[in-house]
Design a protein around this ligand. Structure first.
Ligand code: KPL
Length: 297
């Protein structure tokens, strides 16, 4: 299958390497065009994949059956705004990022759109991407045409297992959102690993309580306790991780807080809900961001 991968960071390289090894005709797509993208991935069993893969071939893009978007949430709408008109109208577009709300920002399009949330953990180490822990990628449709793209789950699962298809992907996305609402801002505020968060049980409870309130009013069947147990499970399995938001703050990059905590606050506000703990964390992260975005790095 012809597949393009937008964004060649850790997750992008993971998909490029595994899809290539399955025999798919893959290319990367990067903001600043270059002749190839160096894909260098060490898998959890220590096997190395190191190869230059093609990038930014407009014909390959036009013929792609699938575009996997591995950009940060805040980059998605502007990057896709220029690419969607260049895609075949049957090319499925799979958005894999933290947070929610990017679909609402997309320009008019005809393509099937899929959303996904992944628990694969990968990080940069020098020039290599270390695939720290295998996980599961939940995918499902974001528009009507996306509902017809369930056949993609099989090839994706063969490349980078596990992949689970959901006719309704929203509950999985909200569960991952709750995890990110807890782990990402708290690790950025306390400058600590995911595992260190067990010292902040009260705050974790308040965040989950508020997210559960929004989910319940939006019609999802959930309880604070089930969110808490999922969050603690992720804290445990990713205990040595430095969350993506902590890494963004440390390297003075724009964070995904507008699509994580910010999304929950916007949904909550539309129902008249006050979410004081999430609001406080949102303000704290925005203050950190604006300090370096205002003064430059
Ligand atoms: O998604 C993550 C992130 O860091 O963005 C978690 C699950 C919190 C793992 O670190």
């Amino acid at each position: 299958m012809k597949i393009s991968v937008l964004g060649c960071g850790a997750l992008g390289q993971l998909w490029l390497s595994t899809l290539y090894q399955q025999g798919h005709d893959v290319q990367g797509w990067v903001r600043i065009p270059q002749p190839f993208c160096a894909v260098n991935v060490i898998s959890p069993d220590g096997t190395a994949f190191n190869r230059n893969l093609p990038t930014n071939d407009p014909q390959h893009l036009a013929d792609s059956e699938l575009l996997i978007v591995t950009l940060k949430a805040w980059q998605v709408s502007s990057a896709l705004g220029t690419l969607l008109p260049k895609l075949n109208e049957n090319c499925s577009v799979l958005l894999l990022h933290n947070g929610m709300g990017t679909v609402d920002e997309l320009p008019a399009h005809r393509q099937p759109i899929l959303l996904g949330a992944t628990t694969h953990a990968a990080r940069h180490e020098g020039n290599a991407i270390i695939h720290v822990a295998a996980g599961i990628t939940h995918i499902g449709p974001a528009n009507q045409r996306g509902a017809g793209a369930s056949y993609l789950a099989d090839p994706l699962h063969s490349a980078l297992p596990d992949v689970a298809w959901h006719d309704n992907i929203l509950p999985s996305l909200w569960n991952k959102l709750a995890v990110n609402c807890v782990i990402n801002p708290l690790t950025a505020v306390y400058n600590c690993t995911n595992g260190d968060l067990i010292a902040h049980g009260e705050m974790i409870e308040s965040i989950c309580g508020e997210v559960a309130e929004v989910m319940a009013i939006e019609g999802y069947q959930t309880h604070k306790e089930s969110l808490l147990s999922y969050v603690y499970q992720v804290i445990d399995t990713t205990s040595a991780n430095h969350s993506s938001m902590l890494q963004d703050i440390r390297t003075q990059r724009h964070t995904e807080v507008d699509y994580i905590t910010g999304y929950v606050l916007r949904r909550g506000r539309s129902h008249g809900l006050q979410l004081p703990m999430n609001n406080k964390l949102f303000e704290m992260i925005k203050r950190k961001e604006s300090d370096y975005e205002r003064f430059g790095s």
